[in-house]
Design a protein around this ligand. Sequence first.
Ligand SMILES: Cc1cc2nc3c(=O)[nH]c(=O)nc-3n(C[C@H](O)[C@H](O)[C@H](O)COP(=O)(O)OP(=O)(O)OC[C@H]3O[C@@H](n4cnc5c(N)ncnc54)[C@H](O)[C@@H]3O)c2cc1C
Length: 373
Amino acid sequence: MDEELALFRDSASRFVESEMVPQDPTWRQQHSVGREIWRKAGEMGLLCLDLPAEFGCGGGDFRHEVVFYEELARRGISGFGQGVHSMCAHYVFNYGTDEQKRRWLPRLAKGELIGAIAMTEPGAGSDLQGVRTRAVLEGDHYRINGSKIFITNGGQASCLMLVTRTNPEERKRGLSLLMVETTDLLGYRVGRVLDKMGMVAQDTAELFFEDVRVPVDCRLGAEEGLGMYQLMDDLPYERLVIALCGVAAMEGAVAETSKYVKERKAFGQAIGNMQTVRHKLAEIATVTRVARVFVDDCIGKLLAGKLDTETASMAKYWVTDMQQQVIDECVQLHGGYGYMNEYLVCRMFADSRVQRIYGGTNEIMKELISRSV
Ligand SMILES: Cc1cc2nc3c(=O)[nH]c(=O)nc-3n(C[C@H](O)[C@H](O)[C@H](O)COP(=O)(O)OP(=O)(O)OC[C@H]3O[C@@H](n4cnc5c(N)ncnc54)[C@H](O)[C@@H]3O)c2cc1C
C-alpha cells in the first residue's frame, strides 16, 4: 500500500458501499447484477485497472485490482463478476494484436462490454483438453458449434473468451481461443441461469453455439493450436485472484463476527467474554493473518513477474480451504442468526463453497503442486 492506493481504496470502498451493498438483496433475488452497474463501475474507472491507459484502461498495476477485489469480497458482494471480466481483458492484452486490443479493451474498461471466460463444458471441466466446442475455419470466418456450462457472467456477457477445438486430431495443440462478441450474434443462445447453492446474485449460465460465425481475426494468437499454452500461462493470475478474494472474505467475516460476539448477550454477559468464544476468535484471526501474509507475498511475486504455477496453486487451494473453515466458525459464533441470509456470514458461507471448486478444483491444485515437490 502507498498513499495513492489508500486514496484509491477510499473511493473504491465508497463506490461499493453506496452503489452495490444496497443493491445486493435485489441482485440476489433476480440472480443478476444488471448492466447498469457495469457502466457505473466503468465510469468510475474501476474496471481493467491493471492494463495500460493507452488502451482506455486504468493504467495502474495489479495492486489496484487487488484493492477493488478486496472491497467487494469483504462485503460479500459476489454477484459482480469482476474477476472473469478482468481475466477476459487480460487474455486480449496478453495475446491480442494491437488492433484487437484497441477493438476490445476500451469497451471492456468502460463496462460497455461485459466479459466472461467460457472454458468449461458438460464433458470437460478439470480435463480441459477434452473441450469439444468446435470452431471450423471457412474462408475468413470460423463456424462454431457446441456448448459451455457454469459460465460466470454468462447471462449478460457480451464479450466471451471462448475456448474452442480447432483441430480434432490433436488434444493439447488442438485448442484455440476466440474472442466472441455476442450481441445480436446469430446462432448464439444463453440457456438457463443456473440455480446455485451460493453466489446467487451471479448470473452463472449455460451458453449454446449453433453455426455461429465469427471473423477469423477474433482468434487470439498468430496461428491455431496455441489455446492450451495461453490458458496455462494465465492461470497463476487467475488463481491468485481467487485466493485474495478468499482472504478478504475471511477478514470481513472475522471483523463482523468479532463485532457480533461483543454485542450478543447470553447468560447475563456478552458471549465474546466467554473464554471458548475468545479462543475461537483468536484461532480464526490467526489463520486469517497467516493467509493474508501468504497472499501478500504472492501479490508481491506477481508484481515482480515471479509468481509460479505451484505457488499460485498452493495459495488457491490452501486459502480457499481455510476460507470455508473460518467462515463456518463465524456462522457457528452467530448461532441461529448465522443461518439467516440477512446476516453477512450466512451469505459468505454459501458463497465460499465454490471457491474450492472453480478456477481448477483444489484436488487439481494438489496435482500441480505435487509435481514440484
Ligand atoms: C459457480 C461456478 C462458476 C464457474 N465459473 C466458470 C467460468 O466462468 N468459466 C468456466 O469456464 N468455468 C467455470 N466454472 C466451472 C469450474 O471451473 C468447473 O466446475 C471445475 O473446473 C470442475 O470441473 P467439473 O465441474 O467438470 O468437475 P470434474 O472435473 O468432473 O471433477 C469432479 C471431481 O473429480 C475430481 N477430479 C477430477 N480430476 C481429478 C484428478 N486428476 N485428480 C484428482 N481429482 C480429480 C475433482 O477435483 C472433483 O472433485 C464455474 C463453476 C461454478 C460451480
